[in-house]
Design a protein around this ligand. Structure first.
Ligand SMILES: [Ca+2]
Ligand SMILES: [Ca+2]
Length: 551
């Protein structure tokens, strides 16, 4: 295993929904032993860290983000020993395991909430103030409602308690009360528990929302940052090398404080990594418009990061393609282009997978991944996108992008030996994306498959430190259909050129600072035309990308 404390800067992350990955006991539900049995595949693919969606006991009304017990595993997935075995086997293969930490809210089925809401509960006195209770539903009115499609208010009345409780997400997910010192300590105990099991890091859910204060949006509050810094100080002391990744769906300047200020001294660091949410829709916008401007604009608005910090970038994830961080006009454009059918939309976003979003156009899918793997930060791949899995917009909410992995053309796509009628949701079985046509086994055997191309792109990226750690310098060619940039780290300089258009393009780059170098194509190892004092001219096919080392 890579023991560099900055390992996450060079890592490629892979997001796994355990339920969808592999079913070891034929009950139709993916589980921890199933995931463990597929670690060889992930090692072969070349990823470095596996981020698991929640595996806690839960009523699963929000796919496990409604936690009923932080100190156990949902029986569908296995037992705590299965977690230990998974982590041991992952580490043996040089793979890290990133667990979920869900600090803002619990399930209404959590024993803490049951004791808090019920005045007759034997432990009511202890848990009374663990949640945010109010006599009225009029407090914190400046806080927006996030799940606009389902929730009319951030308050819900509980007749048992005779009061309203606060919830930033679903009404079955009451917010914990971080003003209570016991709650602050309880969440640190959760962190400790999962570190003791061997977790290498946490993806921390919904970080902006921990505290509430009147007259504010109840997001990004100083009290919230102070607590998150305390979590960081705790992991640094208890398990050095643990990586913390924050989910703050905010503008880059608002995300910047979630990195903290590590240079300011002990206790001032916050997260090692944050997702770069606003970059994601702009990659899709740039592809739709064949114009690099949206990407340029958001990168210009992205502040430099402190030492040791890194963006997490992604194309798709388990949630909808969120359009919160775009203007209303841009949102209309994105909906019209990428979600022409109303049922493709959800909240302020689009509930589709990568391949269907890009019209299953192989060149376009590869180009999107070229951007993901070279532009900035550490990439996070979403399970199944490496083979171009489809989605099922006939399923509810976000289930359509959480279907079983298509391992083979066998029954249930090789995901499970159960009767197909008992699968947690059906496998994709349509003309274009069905498992008989799109599956891991077939693509592994085909050297020209998307899967093998993804594996090559991952391997090439990992050969050059500049992609994870280097400076990014955007070039400004006159042709706006081309996005070109230099990634540089010490003696490594890599030129990446992407044609965002469906038509071939010519581009002329100013590389005079590199006159005399002989660019080498990182995929073929072939030298291309030398750089001279005059503009460097390249011809690119439709959606073609080129990664060149200048030396
Ligand atoms: Ca199972
Ligand atoms: Ca909160």
């Amino acid at each position: 295993m890579n023991t560099d404390p900055l390992w996450y800067k060079d890592a490629i992350f892979y997001e796994v929904f355990v339920r969808a990955f592999a079913d070891s006991n034929s009950d139709g539900i993916g589980d921890l032993p199933g995931l463990t049995s597929k670690l060889d595949y992930l090692q072969w693919l070349g990823v470095d860290a596996i981020w698991m969606l929640p595996i806690f006991p839960s009523p699963l009304r929000d796919d496990g983000y409604d936690v009923a017990d932080y100190f156990s595993v949902h029986p569908d997935y296995g037992v705590l020993d299965d977690v230990r075995r998974l982590i041991t086997e992952a580490h043996r293969r040089g793979l890290r395991i990133i667990a979920e930490l869900i600090p803002n809210h619990t399930s209404d089925q959590n024993a803490w909430f049951q004791a808090s809401r019920d005045p007759g509960h034997p432990e009511h006195a202890r848990y009374r103030d663990w949640y945010v209770w109010s006599e009225t539903d009029q407090k914190y009115r400046d806080a927006r409602i996030i799940f606009l499609d389902t929730e009319p208010s951030n308050w819900t009345y509980d007749p048992m308690r005779g009061a309203y409780y606060w919830h930033r997400f679903f009404s079955h997910q009451p917010d914990l009360n971080y003003d209570h010192p016991e709650v602050q300590r309880a969440m640190l105990r959760v962190v400790q528990f999962w570190l003791d099991l061997g977790a290498d890091g946490f993806r921390v859910d919904a970080t902006p929302y921990l505290y509430e204060r009147e007259g504010t949006s109840c997001e990004n509050l100083p009290e919230t940052h102070a607590y998150l810094k305390r979590v960081r100080a705790f992991v640094d002391a208890y398990a050095p090398g643990t990586m913390l990744l924050s989910e703050a769906n905010q503008w880059p300047e608002d995300v910047r404080p979630y990195f903290g200020d590590p240079a300011a001294g002990p206790g001032q660091a916050e997260f090692h990594m944050n997702f770069h949410f606003p970059l994601m829709p702009r990659i899709f916008m740039a592809l739709a418009q064949a114009d690099r401007t949206p990407i340029e604009q958001i990168l210009a608005r992205t502040p430099p990061l402190p030492d040791g910090c890194q963006w997490a970038t992604f194309l798709r994830c388990h949630d909808e393609l969120t359009l919160e961080m775009v203007t209303p006009e841009e949102r209309q454009f994105m909906w019209a282009f990428y979600a022409p059918e109303p049922r493709m939309r959800l909240n302020l976003g689009i509930r589709r997978r990568l391949a269907p979003l890009l019209a299953n156009d192989r060149a376009r899918i590869e180009l999107a991944n070229s951007l993901l793997l070279t532009l900035t930060g550490s990439p996070v791949l979403y399970y199944g996108d490496e083979i171009g899995m489809g989605d099922n917009i006939g399923l509810n909410d976000r289930d359509g992008v959480r279907t079983p992995v298509q391992w083979s053309a066998a029954t249930n796509a090789g995901f499970s030996a159960a009767d197909p009628s008992v699968l947690y949701i059906p496998v994709i079985d349509d003309e274009t994306y069905g498992y008989r046509r799109v599956n891991v086994e077939a693509q592994r055997g085909d050297p020209n498959s998307l899967l093998n191309r993804m594996r090559t792109m991952i391997a090439v990226r990992k050969e050059y430190v500049a992609f994870g750690r280097g400076e990014l310098q955007l070039l400004a060619p006159a042709n706006h259909a081309v996005l070109a940039y230099l990634r540089g780290h010490r003696d490594e300089t890599i030129l990446v050129v992407n044609n965002l258009a469906a038509e071939p393009q010519e581009v002329s780059l100013n590389l005079s600072a590199f006159a005399g170098t002989r660019p080498v194509d990182l995929f073929t190892g072939q030298m291309v035309a030398p750089v001279t004092g005059v503009p460097y001219r390249l011809k690119l096919g439709r959606y073609e990308y080129s990664w060149l080392r200048l030396r």
